[in-house]
Design a protein around this ligand. Structure first.
Ligand SMILES: *[C@@H]1O[C@H](CO)[C@@H](O)[C@H](O)[C@H]1NC(C)=O
Ligand SMILES: *[C@@H]1O[C@H](CO)[C@@H](O)[C@H](O)[C@H]1NC(C)=O
Ligand SMILES: *[C@@H]1O[C@H](CO)[C@@H](O)[C@H](O)[C@H]1NC(C)=O
Ligand SMILES: *[C@@H]1O[C@H](CO)[C@@H](O)[C@H](O)[C@H]1NC(C)=O
Length: 426
């Protein structure tokens, strides 16, 4: 190994190497340590600190277990995102690694079952992608600080549990066919999103301390616990899930796009769709939804109660086997209100009253469902629309010309989506 090390890093003399063995051999100070063979791996294995990035690429003679026994910190990123050839090792370990300053990003190790980094604590981004045999990755539990991503896609993990991570930006957990639970028990704030999509149907989700999130998007879940959630800045979507109960006991606001301090978003509102087992929904403190409130195709949901809901900036569209719909405080619907029920039209009565007293800006359709319409509004009209909505919501008066009708919200969404894409790129 010594021989290989010398030949690899081109040190001319063994004396220099043995003297510097205590400190940092020079391979460790490279701006990129490329590992793509047994030799380059052995050189890299001497490092306690990597001054730059470590990049692992496919090499035909890489061993089936890849270990970095001394490595404690990586001042750049730790990357293995080779797209040409899958890496064949089944185990990766770095028993002392606790800090990667940039990204820890592994992709396309087809045989990898185990990532063993018991002290891992901190990175900018943590991304696992296309590791279809990965079943053990305890460092997902030990990590306590991430500045951007907690991203886990296409693995065989059964549980993702962490009770140390307080803040992050993106939580994206997609396409994990064996995943049974996601428990982020300390997470207070996800300043962009928590999105669960394409995982094993029936995922149990606990976000015990989550107080604020921009977008919450949950697909194919069987349960959700968000006891501390107070503010969803963007949208809240529960779709194609087997949840029986959906409860957000202290959630007050969904959507704050008109806050001048929050200029861009792609908010959609509260969307609860295609959940055949859902028979109880409880949002007892919810006061405000921006944009839409869409509750459709939840075929077991008979009773709908929003006791504190006062304002919906966009459309309200409710469709299902409702026997009771109660919105006692509803006072402003900026868009259309449509309810499709096959029960008695008496369910419509309170909404007819709301329409008659001017609380619904768009059309009312009940008991026949009418797909909320869409109008075009160009970018220059957006601020005018927002101002107009706010003025109308505050005073009940509207100065809106005909183009100020509500469905233009869709156009606003396109514009803000564009901006939010820019922001994500940036
Ligand atoms: C998961 O990763 C494997 C290996 O790269 C790939 O062949 C497969 O298509 C991926 N599956 C999904 C759903 O992305
Ligand atoms: C969440 O994080 C964002 C961005 O870091 C910050 O602006 C916001 O105040 C935080 N909210 C809470 C409730 O901590
Ligand atoms: C709900 O899931 C279906 C099927 O996966 C998808 O087509 C639809 O776009 C989703 N709707 C929302 C609002 O996420
Ligand atoms: C209603 O939801 C069920 C269950 O998710 C789904 O199979 C069906 O396609 C949905 N129907 C419509 C019209 O979206």
């Amino acid at each position: 190994m010594l021989y290989r090390l010398i030949s690899t890093i081109g040190l001319g003399c063994a004396l220099v190497l043995s003297v510097s063995a205590q400190s940092t051999p020079s391979v460790c100070s490279l701006s990129t340590i490329l590992v793509n063979s047994r030799d380059t791996l052995e050189a890299a294995q001497t490092c306690t600190t990597a001054a730059g990035d470590i990049v692992i690429e496919y090499g035909p003679d890489l061993p089936s277990e890849i270990e970095f026994p001394a490595l404690e910190t990586v001042d750049g990123s730790f990357l293995s995102i080779n797209f040409d050839e899958n890496i064949l090792a089944w185990r990766f370990s770095a028993p002392k690694l606790h800090w990667v300053v940039g990204d820890f990003y592994f992709s396309r190790w087809v045989n990898l079952t185990t990532i063993d980094m018991p002290l891992f604590d901190h990175a900018d981004r943590l991304r696992l992608n296309h590791l279809p045999n990965l079943t053990t990755a305890h460092f997902l539990s030990t990590v306590s600080r991430l500045d951007y991503n907690y991203e886990i896609r296409n693995t065989s993990l059964a549980n993702i549990t962490n009770d140390r991570l307080l803040y992050t930006t993106f939580v994206e957990i997609f396409d994990n066919p064996n995943l049974e639970t996601v428990e982020l028990l300390a997470l207070r704030n996800a300043s962009y999103n928590v999105a669960l999509r394409g995982n094993r149907p029936g995922l149990a989700v606990r976000l015990r301390d989550l107080k604020e999130v921009w977008h919450l998007e949950l697909q194919q879940i069987s349960s959700l616990s968000v006891p501390a959630l107070k503010n969803v800045i963007g949208h809240f979507i529960v779709n194609t899930s087997s949840v029986g109960i959906l409860s957000a006991p202290i959630l007050e606001t969904i959507g704050t796009w008109y806050d001048p301090h929050i200029a861009v978003s792609d908010n959609r509102g509260l969307i609860v769709t295609n959940n055949p087992s859902l028979d109880s929904m409880s949002f007892p403190q919810l006061k405000n939804v921006t944009l839409d409130l869409l509750i459709r195709n939840n075929t077991s949901l008979g009773i709908l109660q929003f006791p504190e809901l006062d304002r919906v900036a966009g459309n309200v569209a409710l469709e299902g086997p409702f026997t009771q719909i109660t919105f006692p405080k509803l006072d402003r619907v900026g868009g259309e209100l449509t309810i499709g029920v096959n029960m008695s039209p008496t369910i419509c009565r309170p909404f007819v009253d709301l329409k008659n007293n001017g609380s619904i800006r768009g059309d009312l359709s009940c008991p026949a469902f009418s797909e909320p319409s869409q109008l075009d509004l160009d970018a220059d009209d957006m601020q005018e629309y927002i101002d107009d909505y706010l003025e109308w919501a505050a005073t009940g008066q509207t100065n809106a010309g005909p183009r100020m009708t509500v469905p233009a919200l869709n156009e606003i969404m396109v514009i803000v989506l564009f901006w939010s894409l820019l922001v994500r790129v940036w």
